[in-house]
Structures are given as structure tokens and as C-alpha cells.
Design a protein around this ligand. Structure first.
Ligand code: BDR
Ligand code: CA
Length: 321
């Protein structure tokens, strides 16, 4: 584990597993969370923004939240997956409205401002569809030279997809934006289904968190119940996958993950829409779409128990007392 503080912005569509990721980042002693930027995805962008503000309020912190894109770039907006995260994004707990508001900047403006303020220091951790990052690239084409790295929860290289045989939900939500983000010359690490489907967060861990974390533990357990009930029906597991939290943990413990590298193109139409296709063997194919794209990284192996340990420690730490 690096002992240096890691500056982080989380771009998010909260979302139950987004909440797990955000709380982990808030409590982790090596993470300085500069802000949350929101996108549609699991819920509308308005609901995502309300939810992000609520998470900040529940944690008792004062972290800015900036509202982002409401729709994909080109594709029509698909219905929100209320059967996965609930209509409110938090398992239909229908929490009271937060007392605070989002900042006046857009998500993309906030990202550009913060990255220019701290050149070379910020990890952008994107755990929803990638429209805000694509917009930030448009606002500041030099952004890739100024971020430390981009870590995304999204995509899949060699395992099965979760919204089609080949596609992962965040990428499918806006494949054009994702393709733009993969093509940019920054260091990008994909924490996709190849690894997140190896990380099973057991139901019992949420009971433990609820007992020990009196600030947000009960909320986390109650909302996770909805998410776990969904997974136990469709995947026959008694827990949920640690999708979004893995991207946060990658920033502080990259040694828990094994990566491959190569340029990535995202399929933007046809039955493979949303597929993240990496050319990882350096073969000079006749089809040249991957040429002149930067090599990016994709996590393929993970120490799942190591990820769970860090999640558990963050959620039960003295930060919450
Ligand atoms: C991703 O999709 C969303 O449902 C989750 O929050 C996660 O970011 C997993 O495919
Ligand atoms: Ca998410």
C-alpha cells in the first residue's frame, strides 16, 4: 500500500454499490476525497445528485457535489434499472431530502478546475457511465497531461458481460463517451467485470458493518439488502459483487490487482454494443481501429480477500465513531 495521500474525485451514479465505494473513500486514511460528480445511470442525474448529497450529509462531511450529464451522448436514454438499485437508487428506502445543494459548476467544469489546481495529483475514479469524463476532455483537451490516472469501474475483457453477453452496464449506458475516454492519452485502468465478478461481498458483512458503524452502517445494510436480493435471484449468490468499491481500492492498493495492457475500442452499435475490445497481443491486425490509440490497462486478476479486508476496515473504522 502506498503511504502517500491520494487525491480523488469520484464520478458516480449512486447507486448502492456506489455508496459502498464513496463511504470507503471517505473513511480511508490514504484518500483525500475532493468531490463527487454525478451522472445518470442507476437513476436519473437529479436523483443521483440528491443521493450523493445525502451520502455526504450522512457521513457528516463537507465535500462538494457537482451535477453532471443527464443523458448519453447519442443513444436514447434507457429506462433506469430500478430492479437492481430500487427506484430511489438506495433500495427504496426513500430517505428524507438532503439539506444541502450541489455546487453551481457542472461535473465536467468541477473536474477541469480541480485537475488544473492539482496537476499530476488527482485520480479520477469513474463508477458510472462516462459522459462527464468525455465532456471534461472536450472542455480541456490538455486534461490527459494533468490527471494522475483515470480508474473506471466498467467494461469486461475476457469474461461475460452483465447487460449482454459481452457488455457491462456503465459502458453500455454511453458507449460513445466510453470510446472517447478510452482513446484519450491518459493512464486509464479498467476495473471491470473480469475482476469485480470475483469479489463477492457476503450478506453477513453488512450485518457486521451495521453493528459497528453507527453513522451509516444501518443505511448500508438496509440498502444492500435490496441489491443482494436482486443478485441472489439472478446469480444465486448470497451477497453482492464489489463492483464500484474495487475501483476506489485500486487507487490505494494496486498490488491487489493483476493487469494486462493494450489499446481499447468500444463497440458503439450492433449486438456487441458496449463491448470493450482490447488488442493485447500486439498483433498487426488488418483492421486498424486500435492503431494510434494509447495502451490502457485492464485488471484481470484480483486478491478478492484483500479487497474485502480493505472495504471492511474502512466501513468499520474509528472514522465513523
Ligand atoms: C456497474 O453498474 C451499476 O449498476 C453499478 O453501480 C456499477 O457501477 C456494474 O456493472
Ligand atoms: Ca455505479
Amino acid at each position: 500500500m502506498s503511504d502517500k495521500m491520494q487525491k480523488m474525485i469520484i464520478d458516480t451514479d449512486p447507486g448502492i454499490d456506489d455508496a459502498m465505494a464513496i463511504f470507503t473513500a471517505m473513511a480511508h486514511p490514504q484518500i483525500e476525497l475532493l468531490g463527487l460528480t454525478t451522472t445518470y445511470g442507476n437513476v436519473s442525474v437529479d436523483q443521483a445528485t440528491t443521493n450523493a448529497l445525502k451520502l455526504v450529509e450522512m457521513a457528516g462531511l463537507d465535500i462538494p457535489v457537482a451535477k453532471g450529464v443527464a443523458t448519453p451522448w447519442f443513444k436514447p436514454l434507457a429506462p433506469f434499472p430500478d430492479f437492481v438499485h430500487g427506484a430511489d437508487g438506495f433500495g427504496n428506502l426513500n430517505l428524507s431530502a438532503p439539506q444541502r445543494s450541489a455546487v453551481s459548476q457542472s461535473a465536467a467544469q468541477f473536474i477541469v478546475e480541480q485537475v488544473n489546481k492539482h496537476p499530476g495529483e488527482i485520480s479520477l475514479v469513474a463508477i458510472g457511465p462516462l459522459g462527464n469524463l468525455a465532456t471534461a476532455l472536450h472542455l480541456d483537451p490538455e486534461l490527459p497531461n494533468k490527471v494522475k490516472q483515470v480508474v473506471i469501474m466498467g467494461g469486461v475483457i475476457a469474461a461475460d458481460g452483465n447487460v449482454s453477453p459481452v457488455a457491462e452496464a456503465n459502458i453500455l449506458s454511453d458507449p460513445h463517451a466510453a470510446d472517447r475516454v478510452f482513446a484519450a492519452p491518459w493512464k486509464l485502468v479498467m476495473v471491470g467485470l473480469d475482476v469485480t465478478h470475483q469479489i463477492l461481498v457476503p450478506r453477513g458483512l453488512f450485518d457486521e458493518i451495521a453493528e459497528q458503524n453507527l453513522r451509516v452502517g444501518q443505511f448500508m445494510r438496509d440498502s444492500a439488502k435490496f441489491y443482494i436480493d436482486f443478485y441472489s435471484e439472478v446469480r444465486d449468490i448470497d451477497g453482492c459483487y464489489g463492483h464500484d468499491v474495487s475501483a476506489v481500492i485500486y487507487v490505494v492498493e494496486p498490488e491487489l490487482f493483476g493487469t494486462v495492457s493494450g489499446p481499447v475500442c468500444v463497440a458503439t452499435d450492433g449486438p456487441a454494443i458496449g463491448q470493450t475490445i482490447m488488442s493485447r497481443y500486439g498483433i498487426p491486425y488488418p483492421l486498424t481501429d486500435w492503431n494510434h490509440r494509447p495502451a490502457q490497462y485492464a485488471c484481470m486478476t484480483v486478491d478478492d480477500l484483500g479487497v474485502l479486508k480493505t472495504f471492511r476496515e474502512a466501513m468499520t473504522s474509528s472514522f465513523w465513531r
